[in-house]
Design a protein around this ligand. Structure first.
Ligand SMILES: [Zn+2]
Length: 145
């Protein structure tokens, strides 16, 4: 996804990406997290309203558009999470874990991206997809414990 698209998407959340330079990293992350949560809530409510409206109507086209918008919003929010290192990796959200691959190094984004052991279980593709797949694998492993 292009930066201009991310910027446009972010503006829909009321986030000005240019503001990142004028704020501390922590403050910025908290603000983005709050705004994304608020927007997702709004979308959820709109969706429910839309579904009620669609019942007994032949508004197929409108429903489809709504679905695509929902997908776009999720995509933008995921790309932003990657950019802002907001995924539940390492110390983010107060967690403290070791790398799923080698188990020795602490779980930091820079490390898991480079770790050869991780590369054997998670295909290294686009970064957002990689992180999502990593977290999924980690959840599977956690559940087996
Ligand atoms: Zn590792």
């Amino acid at each position: 996804m292009l930066y201009s698209e991310v910027r446009k998407g972010a503006l829909e959340y009321g986030i000005d990406v240019e503001m990142v330079d004028r704020m501390s990293k922590k403050k910025w992350k908290n603000m983005v997290k709050m705004k994304i949560e608020k927007k997702m809530e709004e979308i959820g409510r709109e969706k429910i309203r839309g579904m009620k409206k669609l019942k007994g109507m032949e508004g197929q086209k409108w429903g489809r558009q709504e679905y695509i918008n929902g997908m776009e919003v999720r995509k933008v929010s995921e790309v932003m999470k990657t950019k802002m290192e907001m995924w539940d990796i390492g110390s983010w959200m107060g967690g403290k874990r070791n790398c799923l691959g080698c188990g020795g190094e602490s779980e930091e984004m820079e490390h898991i991206w480079e770790c050869e052991e991780v590369a054997r279980i998670v295909e290294k593709k686009e970064k957002t997809k990689f992180i999502k797949e990593y977290i999924l694998q980690r959840e599977i492993v956690d559940r087996m414990k």
